[in-house]
Write a protein that binds this ligand. Structure first.
Ligand code: SAM
Length: 250
């Protein structure tokens, strides 16, 4: 019967496309793509020619019907986005939800994802993280979103476009504090991959000083707030945490 494969594609380096992804794309009957022009270039590079269906945030609801009827006919449908893993700050959620609801098999073909790539190399805690995607484009909305996250002890991960990266970092300084540790990954997997790390205010200064500091794509990783017990910051020191807890026991 019909099945839906969710296929991760490279975030910059074409060599990151998995062998399995290539095979699934080559065997699919229909490829649903965020931007068909963009994906046809990837498919051309792979020597694959398939019918494409445009699926973007604005028409996803309408296109679900087309995809469901293809599944009903027994087709194997592959879903790709412009870069990385579909549904991660990209379209596909409604299609996956409806395909599952209708009882079709939905399988991930895992691969590149900018948030995981950044987190894996940032050197900040990864045991708990909160992916917040793109914060609101307007400063007031962005600031209140950051204010809500200020006490969060999990590592925070954001996506941001190059023309707003300085504004985001300024807001991080103002809402989370200039001494909050951050690591920015720029142009991951590409020729000009760069990491900027340190306190939020030093990272902001470094970006401002770098002529390439507002070019390319960014993932922003921010250390979580120190955990607090009884008004005291305890950081990750579990001995101290135990002492504080023991002191509270009757
Ligand atoms: N679905 C994608 C994924 O799996 O990562 C994310 C799509 S989202 C529309 C695009 C954002 O992801 C960019 O604005 C940037 O924040 C981040 N991004 C994508 N590729 C990147 C790269 N090579 N280096 C750094 N950030 C990247």
């Amino acid at each position: 019967g019909g099945r839906l494969s969710i296929v991760a594609t490279p975030i910059g380096n074409l060599a990151d496309l998995s062998d399995r992804a290539r095979k699934v794309l080559a065997s699919a009957d229909l490829i649903a793509a965020e931007d068909t022009r963009h994906s046809s270039r990837l498919l051309q590079h792979l020597g694959i020619s398939k019918p494409l269906l445009a699926l973007h945030d604005h028409n996803e609801r309408d296109r679900v019907g087309r995809i469901l009827s293809a599944l009903e006919e027994g087709s194997h449908v592959a879903l790709v986005s412009d870069a990385g893993t579909p549904l991660i700050s990209d379209p596909g959620y409604i299609v996956v939800r409806e395909a599952r609801k209708a009882g079709y098999a939905v399988s991930p073909i895992p691969g590149p994802c900018a948030l995981v790539a950044a987190l894996s190399a940032a050197g900040l805690p990864t045991d708990r993280f909160l992916f917040a995607g793109f914060l609101p484009a307007k400063r007031s909305g962005r600031r209140s979103a950051l204010a809500e996250l200020a006490g969060q002890s999990a590592t925070l991960v954001f996506y941001e476009s190059p023309h707003r990266i300085l504004d985001l970092m300024q807001d991080v300084v103002d809402e989370l504090g200039g001494d909050r540790e951050c690591v920015l990954g720029r142009e991951l997997t590409k020729a000009f991959e760069t990491f900027y790390g340190g306190s939020a205010d030093s990272v902001l200064a470094e970006l401002q000083a770098d002529p390439n500091g507002t070019r390319g794509e960014f993932v922003v990783v921010v250390k979580g707030a120190p955990a607090v017990v009884d008004g005291q910051a305890i950081g990750l020191d579990s001995d101290k945490l135990l002492q504080l807890l023991v002191a509270e026991l009757p």
